[in-house]
Ligand binder design. Structure first.
Ligand code: ADP
Ligand code: MG
Length: 711
């Protein structure tokens, strides 16, 4: 009995199984059968040699006339193989292969072969360089039967394991395979006209028409999306059964009073999201929401209102920031916004006021002890700190809401760790300024609901971004520094961002922070008050530098990307990013969000040595072309590869996707999500879908294994 989990060695023998394992990491029949054809060749559409022209992508069926090896390169160690072929028309074509010596022995005169590739020209003659090829050197019957189907699959192959060999091994497996179990429930297949697993495998590997092959691809693409979405549907379902304390809005509580004293009115978007979250919090199952919004779109106020609602209802809230700088800044910002409402138990505190506590690694022992006591006793309604600190040390009397700022700095697993430790499951709100395209939100964060802030508060200043190529336009850089001086002259401030601190050997001309600080002090920015900020400074030194900048005692802050996240100094209007090509697009977008936060327009200069038309320059031009973070993340995704989008963290999911693109297949993912929800709603444990349950288990297991490896 052969099924998808049968070891390949038992079907194909050792000699074949070993290279398949080595080259392609295939171990069981299912691994091989899920190695889908890269594309197909329709024999009926094969060109005759007489009709070829340069630039055409051609497939030809031809007979070998001769094959010769030529040595070239240093010491003649490299081999070029030239094969001359001909067909019925009598025309000849030359094919060139490199480093495949053995080909000459295989392509003996008279042998029939299928070649496929782009037609080029060399010395005035047409040729194919490194075409895909399929040598019909199996026995006559097999060759005839393959050709009679009229359409051949082409597999991702290697020199030792060419596509026709893979095809033969796959054929052997298909011939001996018992009808396989199907991860797609029958109802779902029927609704979409998909064949069952066995028939679909046959169709994708041995189709009789292109349409049949494409239908099978659709089925497997859908299946990939469906299994992933079933994992998320189950997680969502599990959360439904998880109990949280409902924290309904309390009339006349501090949240209401806070709203009345806010110095601005909420945008419509903020209003809508506040209401959405407010409704979530009132439920007795835990909220699990991702709030995404542009830098400066006012996520913190939204989060604060959620926190106050929880405090009013007798719970506590924790705000987790990725860095100490950001935690301190949140603390300052939030206590300032709250005013008297944050002075619980203190002189001058408002009636019913709460207490906000900060917890950072650099705090003195006494302050820290106080903060911990207040968290444990429940005196502190809001505790703000870095993620590590809160997670490891803090006991809460009653944690009702966990707010995680800047999700992209956190693993999903870390978020889970804190939630798991609490006795009552807290509601969770995750905030990110790196907008995640919908498809990716659905694929990667499929267990979160998503809210989006699209508009910026009124009066927010535009940020103009300019690429400054110093090699081509040295004058522009000089002009950039002048602009910094002008802004400082008007009483404003600037950031200069560098990618390195500067202790390491300076292996490139990348501006290091220390060197640049010196250079600017003595040169272009002579006479201005310059400060530095980087990750290797002690926490108190860092804090002091940030405070001095915020207070206006420093004109220009030369910093590493410590300033990337959330730093809020409204008086800063210019940012110069050195070697901007070293940063990712979303990182640059984050960075420039630090300027133009006040009443004056912002300017961001992306200084680079990257050449015109290079991919690096293309990314910078894209950043300069739009300030819309959503548009930018779309461009970003277009310019990146799939794997980068999903990230290392999701590698289990990533490796399960062979046909599905999380970037392009939005509709498929959406449909699969709805279908998975239906199946899971009717049968949460998937008791009547054992094959699907196994596929889901395997996927979760691979994710988990992957996570364990990294901790
Ligand atoms: P982000 O979404 O980047 O975290 P913040 O919450 O830090 O944005 O908000 C940026 C600034 O805008 C803060 O100073 C905040 O007080 C202010 N702000 C927030 N909402 C509004 C609003 N509706 N109108 C005016 N200013 C606002
Ligand atoms: Mg923020």
């Amino acid at each position: 009995m052969v099924d998808l989990s049968t070891k390949l060695v038992n079907v194909l023998g050792d000699k074949t199984a070993t290279p398949l394992a080595k080259t392609f990491d295939m171990h069981v029949v299912g691994d091989l059968l899920r190695h889908y054809p890269r594309r197909y060749v329709e024999l009926g559409k094969a060109s005759s040699l007489a009709d070829l022209h340069v630039g055409q992508h051609a497939t030809v069926l031809a007979k070998v006339v001769e094959a010769k090896n030529y040595a070239f390169g240093p010491g003649g160690r490299r081999t070029r193989t030239e094969v001359i072929v001909t067909d019925d028309t009598g025309a000849r074509l030359s094919l060139t292969f490199f480093q495949q010596r053995w080909l000459a022995d295989r392509m003996t005169p008279g042998k029939m072969c299928l070649f496929s590739g782009e037609v080029g020209q060399f010395n005035g003659r047409l040729q194919l360089t490194h075409p895909d090829y399929d040598l019909f050197d199996e026995d006559g019957d097999t060759a005839t039967s393959r050709l009679s189907r009229g359409i051949l699959p082409i597999y991702r192959a290697s020199g030792k394991m060419p596509t026709w060999k893979l095809e033969a091994f796959i054929g052997l497996c298909l011939d001996t395979l018992d009808p396989p179990d199907d991860a797609l429930p029958a109802q779902i297949r029927d609704d979409r006209g998909f064949a069952d697993m066995g028939a679909a495998l046959e169709s994708i590997h041995r189709p009789h028409s292109m349409a049949e092959a494409m239908k099978a691809r659709d089925r497997f693409r859908f299946e990939e999306a469906f299994v992933v979405q079933t994992v998320f549907a189950q997680r969502r379902q599990a959360l439904e059964h998880d109990r949280a304390a409902g924290r309904a809005l309390v009339d006349g509580g501090i949240r209401t009073r806070f709203e009345q004293q806010l110095p601005f009115t909420l945008t419509d978007g903020q209003r809508a999201v506040v209401d959405e979250i407010s409704a979530d919090l009132a439920h007795t199952h835990p909220m699990h929401r991702l709030l995404q919004g542009e830098v400066g779109s006012g996520k913190t106020v939204v989060a604060l209102m959620a926190m106050l609602q929880v405090v009013d209802a007798g719970g506590q809230a924790a705000l987790l920031a990725p860095t100490e700088v950001l935690a301190s800044q949140h603390f300052r910002g939030i206590t300032a916004l709250l005013g008297d409402l944050a002075k619980g138990g203190m002189i001058g505190g408002a009636e019913g006021a709460t207490r906000v506590r900060l917890l950072t690694g650099s705090m003195g022992a006494k302050a820290r002890k106080e903060a911990l006591l207040d968290a444990a006793s429940g005196e502190a309604g809001i505790v703000i700190g870095t993620h590590a600190l809160i997670q490891d040390h803090v006991q809460f009397a009653e944690l009702g809401l966990l707010v995680v700022d800047e999700q992209h700095r956190f693993g999903v697993e870390q978020r889970a760790a804190l939630v798991d430790r609490s006795e009552v499951t807290p509601h969770v709100l995750v905030m990110t300024a790196t907008p995640i395209p919908r498809t990716i939100a659905m694929s990667v964060f499929g267990d979160l609901e998503v809210s989006t802030l699209r508009e910026l508060p009124a009066g927010r200043q535009p940020i103009q971004t300019t690429v400054v190529p110093y090699a081509e336009r040295p004058a522009w850089l000089a002009r950039g520094w002048e602009r910094v001086r002008e802004e400082v002259g008007k009483g404003r401030q600037a950031y200069v961002v560098v990618s390195r601190i500067g202790d390491e050997a300076s292996e490139s001309e990348t501006s290091s922070l220390v060197e640049l600080h010196e250079e600017l002090t003595g040169g272009a920015l002579h006479g201005l008050r310059l400060g530095t900020l980087h990750g290797r400074m002690g926490p108190d030194v860092k804090e002091a530098a940030m405070n001095a900048f915020a207070a206006g005692d420093i004109d220009v802050l030369v910093a590493t990307t410590v300033v990337e996240v959330g730093v809020d100094v409204p008086n800063a209007t210019v940012m110069v990013v050195m070697d901007a090509d070293r940063f990712g697009m979303s990182q640059l977008h984050q960075l420039r969000g630090r300027v133009g936060r006040g009443s004056n327009a912002g300017l961001c200069l992306l200084v680079t040595g990257a050449e015109v038309d290079s991919p690096a320059r293309e990314r910078l031009d894209a950043v300069a072309s739009t300030t819309d973070g959503f548009e930018l993340s779309r461009l970003d995704v277009e310019l990146r590869r799939e794997g980068d989008v999903l990230g290392a963290r999701q590698s289990g999911i990533r490796s399960s996707l062979r046909l599905l693109s999380v970037v392009k297949d939005e509709k498929v993912i959406e449909e699969a999500r709805a279908a998975a929800d239906d199946i899971v709603a009717a049968d949460p444990a998937l008791a009547s879908h054992p094959t699907l349950a196994a596929a889901v288990h395997a996927l979760e297991h691979s994710e988990q294994a992957d996570y364990l490896e990294r901790t």
